[in-house]
Write a protein that binds this ligand. Structure first.
Ligand code: FES
Length: 154
């Protein structure tokens, strides 16, 4: 179980939602459930519209996740998967920072998900530096989601 914080110029402030362990929905599905406007089109790893930048927030090594050949191809076609990053993913199981939200399955680790709001366009870190600095000013819906998860389990 982990918090997922979304940051984008499209959001008035960063928004954190609660990721439920064992949930095999994609990050795009989680975003849509919470009305977070991550762009998308094909929902199948082909178009690159849902390009996101993922940063693990607990300081640990990102959990491994197998990238499909389709995701690797699309990321590379958008210039977001270098040869080195591809080798790290394939050999050391270290995922690249840029991913496709429609292919990314949420793991049990707190993450920051940044997106520009423009299909297939990476977030500009310099332009949106204030977004990251605002992490302490997060709109949190996680508490509500935790209560719901607990009530469902009971
Ligand atoms: S929506 Fe097309 S690659 Fe994700």
């Amino acid at each position: 179980m982990a918090d997922i914080t979304f940051a984008s110029p499209l959001l008035p402030k960063n928004k954190t939602v609660y990721g439920i362990a064992g949930d095999t929905h994609t990050l795009l599905a989680v975003a849509r459930d919470h009305r977070i406007p991550v762009p998308f089109n094909c929902e199948d790893g082909d178009c690159g519209s849902c390009l996101i930048k993922v940063t693990v927030l607990d300081g640990k090594q990102p959990m491994g996740s197998t990238l499909s050949e389709k995701e690797k191809f699309t990321l590379a076609a958008h210039g977001k998967l270098s040869k080195e990053a591809k080798e790290l993913a394939e050999i050391a199981d270290i995922p690249p920072q840029y991913r496709l939200a429609c292919q990314y399955i949420v793991r049990d680790e707190p993450i920051l998900v940044e997106f520009s709001g423009e299909p297939g366009v990476e977030i500009d870190p310099a332009r949106h530096k204030h977004e990251r600095a605002a992490l302490n000013d997060i709109e949190t819906t996680g508490a509500e989601d935790r209560e719901y998860a607990e009530s469902v389990k009971a």
